[in-house]
Design a protein around this ligand. Structure first.
Ligand SMILES: [Zn+2]
Length: 282
């Protein structure tokens, strides 16, 4: 029982606010060589959990192994739409095996119609992976660019996902956000959601969508550029999970909410989202 309650707490033993990074890629080669210090700084920043998304069969074993060695890391395995044309042909059976033998979510999966990647292939890969998320009762982590209608359609076809889903780096309309949330989804924002060119839209989304379905992520090592002025960093340094508290505080400021209360709400949302994975692990 103690484990259950400590998981649900939004503060650690020393009374600090905790955070959950809802989407990132610790396996990326930009982070791998410095992973020890990245994870150390994440711990110091009270990032209590990180949802690490594989993108290709080639990186799933590393993600799973990383999660086995660090309880703060929750693994997701999925074929990213950008990798669909180059992935090993047996990726679907490999994914099924990975889900059978490990407690991991399904991600990163999705649709990206801004890229010149075969659309029917993208739709088929998404449908196959949503089917696995349904069958194994695992949460899904979804990428979507310029394919909102198609995504809603794919989710409808897949039927309700028993462990829910999140759409990372959400940049759809309020209406799409509401539809995704009505289907059991969460929407997640990162540092780029708060840059000058996107602040007004993100503010509207954060103020219009149900607050209990909002998540935040760093999307490390991505999700940062020179327009993000509120995250101090050295040039050429990749994004990392320790930056999450600054992103959450910036978002609270944008919508005029108390930073601590907002951080607690976001933590509770992410705790709820990962609960099916935590349950499956015990
Ligand atoms: Zn990603």
């Amino acid at each position: 029982m103690q484990g259950f309650y400590s998981r649900m707490m939004h503060m650690n033993a020393t009374g600090n606010l905790c955070y959950i990074d809802a989407h990132l890629h610790l396996q990326d080669e930009k982070l791998r060589p410095r992973l020890g210090s990245v994870l150390e700084r994440a711990k110091e920043a009270h990032v209590a959990a990180m949802l690490c998304n594989g993108t290709d069969p080639a990186d799933w074993p590393f993600v799973v192994d990383l999660a086995n060695r660090n309880s703060a890391i929750l693994p997701f395995a999925g074929l990213h739409p950008w990798r669909i044309e180059t992935a090993a042909e047996n990726w679907a059976s490999e994914l099924e095996k990975t889900l059978q033998t490990n407690v991991c979510g399904v991600g990163e999966i999705g649709l990206d119609f801004a890229k010149a990647i075969d659309k029917p292939m993208q739709r088929d890969a998404l449908a196959a992976q949503l089917e696995l998320a349904v069958r194994f009762g695992r949460p899904a982590s979804i990428h979507c660019v310029k394919a909102w209608g198609e995504l809603v359609e794919s989710l409808k076809q897949a039927g309700p996902l028993p462990a829910g889903f999140m759409v990372h780096a959400f940049n759809g309309s309020v209406e799409v956000g509401r539809r995704l949330i009505a289907m059991g989804g969460y929407v997640s924002f990162n540092a780029l959601s708060l840059t000058d060119n996107r602040r007004a839209k993100t503010k509207q989304l954060l103020m219009s969508l149900p607050p209990e379905r909002i998540l935040f992520e760093t999307e490390s090592p991505f999700g940062l550029n020179e327009m993000v002025t509120y995250v101090p960093r050295k040039p050429q340094t990749p994004n990392e999970p320790a930056n999450l508290p600054m992103i959450v505080a910036e978002a609270a400021c944008l919508i005029g909410r108390d930073a601590n209360t907002f951080a607690v709400n976001i933590y509770e949302n992410a705790s709820r989202f990962i609960e099916p994975l935590r349950k499956a692990k015990t």
